[in-house]
Ligand binder design. Structure first.
Ligand code: AMP
Ligand code: ZN
Length: 113
């Protein structure tokens, strides 16, 4: 996906502040943090959104959640944190490459919508 912002970050064409990287996933600081800790975790292989997860590509999602738990511990989010994935226009998805927001470091608003 040559026009995908997050694919460009993975390729190193756009800079990011990396938090974690392995052969399958990349985690980096959100450029416009909504909480003291705001990290994005993405698969290196382009998947457009949660709506595109299927039998062939879903194993990376469980790996992403292992990485999320690891990052949350390393970031000291012992009081809790939120994991969010916006899917599609109604949810306000702006980057069409699957990503999971890790939000924490403060008492988060409880409203879900
Ligand atoms: P969403 O609105 O759920 O699609 O989330 C996209 C997220 O990507 C937003 O929180 C943006 O602040 C973040 N973002 C956009 N461009 C960059 C960038 N170059 N580096 C890091 N985060 C970015
Ligand atoms: Zn992409």
């Amino acid at each position: 996906m040559s026009d995908c912002l997050f694919c460009k970050i993975i390729a190193g064409e756009i800079p990011s502040t990396k938090v974690y990287e392995d052969e399958l996933v990349l985690a980096f600081q959100d450029i416009a943090p909504q909480a003291p800790t705001h990290i994005l975790v993405i698969p290196k292989k382009h998947i457009a959104s949660v709506a595109e997860i299927n039998e062939e590509n879903s194993s990376v999602v469980s790996h992403i959640f292992e990485v999320i738990a690891k990052i949350a511990k390393e970031e000291g989010l012992s009081g809790g944190y939120r994991v969010v994935s916006n899917c599609g226009d109604d949810a306000g998805q702006t980057v069409h490459h699957l990503h999971f927001h890790i939000l924490g470091g403060k008492k988060l608003n409880v409203e879900m919508a």
